[in-house]
Design a protein around this ligand. Structure first.
Ligand code: FAD
Length: 318
């Protein structure tokens, strides 16, 4: 029995969360007495594909003719790979691509879907997967009763484990049929060449407490010094102080970095929904009653305009 890992790529590069997906699939396969196989697409270097063996993939199937991220095509490709490999369990990252492809695939295969899993399945009584519910305020255990199972894992939930190994790479073609939609052009969002938020280990985020877009210089400086991505609360993106791709929360992106620094953000439940899986949360806020302090590992009650420049100076001197 194979466990299939969906490996996403961007401009020929494997995304960071995909390594965790492969590692997760390998662990599940080991438990089930099978092997982890990866399915991917695009113009990816062979060495990068073989290196997926370091995370437990025995084999990597690649379709080089699929170059865009049209979810229906990726779902068809993954279904065909699952059929060829006899895979009953298919694993995705719960990221932009996984969020759209996993549900299409699960409908196609009539498979039970657990989206946003945060742990390995427990198979002592059926196939039970833990996931976040109520915007991250609780966990629920989902028992999957179908023969085929689709799981998407929240990035940075279980981490990735390195093993010895090189994956065998095979070209994979499948009849992907016609699509009702054709991608005619892909325009990159203006990310200023910074670290993509979903790939970042460290994130510096700011909210309405910063008063205006002209004050983001110190936030960008802090992020640059730490090698972090920048993020923001929703109202800040809504009024155009920051670009929408930085908006985190219930209606924005959900992230789980190792460190999340929140500056001048109150910590409303809708914001926390997107960030409360972060490993360490640092909050800087003038209001000691700000709800964010309840979710914080470290808190500084203070004015961002005093604290952040001091932090920048301290890091410089470090
Ligand atoms: P505010 O609530 O205005 O907080 C500003 C904070 O800055 C305050 O705590 C204040 O004490 C502090 N402050 C002020 N001056 C300083 C200073 N000089 N130094 C330090 N601190 C200072 N929000 C999201 O972020 N993401 C979402 O995805 C999201 N989805 C939503 C979905 C729905 C359906 C709804 C109804 C709302 C959603 N919201 C979302 C909005 C959310 O409810 C909050 O309104 C929002 O998060 C508040 O943003 P803020 O913390 O930046 O601003």
């Amino acid at each position: 029995m194979a466990v299939l890992a969906f490996v996403d790529t961007q401009e020929g590069k494997i995304t960071k969360s995909s390594y965790e997906v492969v590692s997760y699939a390998a662990k599940v396969a080991e438990k089930e007495g099978g092997e982890a196989v990866a399915i991917t697409y695009g113009d990816v270097d062979n060495g990068d594909l073989e290196a997926l063996g370091k995370y437990g993939a025995k084999k990597v199937l690649i379709n080089k003719s699929v170059t865009n991220m049209l979810p229906t095509k990726l779902a068809k490709l993954t279904a065909a790979a699952a059929e060829q490999e006899g895979a009953d369990i298919i694993v995705f990252a719960q990221d932009f691509t996984g969020k759209s492809v996993a549900p299409i695939l699960s409908a196609k295969l009539k498979a039970g879907l657990v989206s946003g899993a945060v742990d390995y399945p427990d198979t002592t009584d059926g196939f039970v997967v833990k996931k976040n519910v109520f915007s991250g305020k609780a966990f629920a255990m989902y028992k999957v009763n179908t023969e085929k199972k689709v799981i998407s894992i929240l990035p940075n939930s279980v981490g990735k484990e390195e093993v010895d190994g090189t994956a065998q790479v095979e070209e994979f073609s499948a009849d992907l049929g016609d699509s009702r939609i054709t991608v005619t052009n892909v325009e990159k969002a203006n990310t200023d060449g910074g670290i993509p938020l979903t790939e970042a280990d460290l994130v510096v985020s700011a909210g309405r407490g910063l008063k205006g877009p002209e004050n983001w210089g110190m936030i960008e400086e802090l992020a640059n010094k730490l090698g972090a991505a920048t993020a923001c609360s929703r109202p800040v993106a809504d009024v155009g102080w920051r670009p929408h791709h930085e908006h985190v929360g219930q209606t924005g992106i959900a992230i789980r970095p190792n460190l999340y620094i929140a500056v001048g953000i109150s910590g409303a439940i809708q914001h926390l929904a997107g960030v409360n899986g972060s490993k360490v949360i640092v909050v800087i806020n003038t209001d000691p009653e700000a709800p964010f302090f309840k979710a914080a590992d470290y808190g500084i009650v203070g004015d961002a305009f005093e604290v952040v420049p001091k932090l920048n100076k301290a890091i410089e001197a470090f």
